[in-house]
Write a protein that binds this ligand. Sequence first.
Ligand code: F6R
Length: 610
Amino acid sequence: MCGIIGAVGTQNVSGLLLQGLKRLEYRGYDSAGIAVISPNQQLQRIRTAGKVQVLIDEVGKNSLDGNTGIAHTRWATHGRPSENNAHPHTAGDAIAIVHNGIIENHESLRHRLLSEGCHITSDTDSELIAHLIHQKIRQGVDTLTAVRSLIQQLKGAYAIGVINKDEPGRLFATRFSSPLVIGLGEEGTFISSDTLALRPVATQVIYLEDGDVADITSDTVTIYGINGEKVNRPSHKIPSNHEIASKGKYPHYMLKEIFEQPDAMSRTIQSRMTTHQVMAEAFGVNAADIFRRTKRIQIIACGTSYHAGLVSKYWFEEIIRIPCEVEIASEYRYRNHIIEPGTLFITLSQSGETADTLAGLRLAKTSGYLATLSICNVAESSLVRESDLVLLIDAGFEIGVASTKSFTCQLEALFMLMIALGHAHALDALKETDMIRELRAMPGYAEEVLKLNAAIQKIAKGLEHKQNCFFIGRGIQFPVAMEGALKLKEISYIHAEAFPAGELKHGPIALIDNSIPIVALAPNDDMIGKMKSSLEEILSRGGNIVLLTTGQTGMENRDGISVIHMPHVPKLLAPIIYAIPLQLLAYHAAVLKGADIDQPRNLAKSVTVE
Ligand code: F6R
């Protein structure tokens, strides 16, 4: 995936654009370029082959001054990596454009434009866009109308930024099946293919929808929908570095990060999906092709990230029928594996620096996998730099040692990956749209469960003086039970273990009496009957249950059971939402015990040694 950044500012934006490109460079690119409208209304453009630093050095030798500009990092698809093929592309010395995506009808467009006398200078599909806009403008329309006319002319996926030297102070943007967001900041208004690039300069972000065209100035944004009508797209807050580094109104980072989940989850999914499709290119330039060739999946990770991987196994196997193995990275790296052809190797990591996961990736790269893919929260991390494909989760800095928002965002990312893989393997289009709709609803459900905080705080009192705690779940909820147990043990130091509920009577039930609380995950899914039987077995042995369930199961507070009332969530996505009360339970139990919440003993945020 290429990277786009654009800006209309109150001052010279070339420095901001270059810094933006640097932040987009996390996957390595082959060429880059920048164009600005100078104070004397000329287009100034510099392009270079190689890394962004080459461009920065080149810009340093020239003076590039303008309040309106666009910039791009390219990963060659149509045409080899070269200065000539690098973006921005221009037409008539007036129009400059940057483009992400692939124009499927580029051959017929090129043919037509050449026959109409256009002078096309590159091998790219993207340059054609500049000529299409310029042609329209020559027919007497303004830039906005010309950009809007692209919707009828282009087939394929695109995110486009446009400037016209004759309309300085205005930046135009449109997208279809390729991510593009607008950032609102103090120094101006920005566009980018990735929210991450906007973080230092923007405080709010607006997600464009398919077919939207935006007319942007340094202090206004006007958006037109696919039918040309003015539309309102909501803006979302991007936390500032200061807000990230402070606890704000919260006593601990962990609690703050738990409460940040609805926003982090929205950011993670928003610019990666349209209403009916996950954009394969959000994973990297060759993703669609790699996904088509994927026959199996091998995931490795540690700790919380490993639990996210375990949940996703159910998605990959149940929904799209792709076999998936999940292994703890420190085990994986010391085994002699049988690698089936067509296996996609996936690493999951918040930090991207976990030594075992990184060693596993390095081993995998020499072992004959189809490709490597990393789902990670840190753009500059080693895992991201060394993987073929990447999906950044955009959870924002996670400072508390216990991973919380990264887990729920990793799950979203894995669900998106499942949809993208399913798409490449002819997943039913209606099912795809339904799953995307359900995934979009997750941040809303997260808001809802966070309202249970006070109720969970009361229930946590029952754990304060306990030595041990069990967590049980079945099917896709079992890895969530494992995650709940990990959260509790790492921050409250209460010994906690998770079991699949069906496994209780094969041993653990011997330990059950009224001294051990049992946290049970019992959504109203096809396992509920069996869960109810397990709960009765526990109650009849004097066990005390904390039960996460919905109204539909008919289970209410009674002797031995304290219920946390959960919203009814689609079964396969329920793990994302059921994880949140478990984070809160662990948090409140640890607070009651007076533990060091954000820096639990013996633990480090990033485990960079074996
Ligand atoms: C638990 C926790 C750890 C990490 C593990 C992997 O709350 O934070 O178990 O999940 O150390 O770290 P990453 O995801 O950075 O690879």
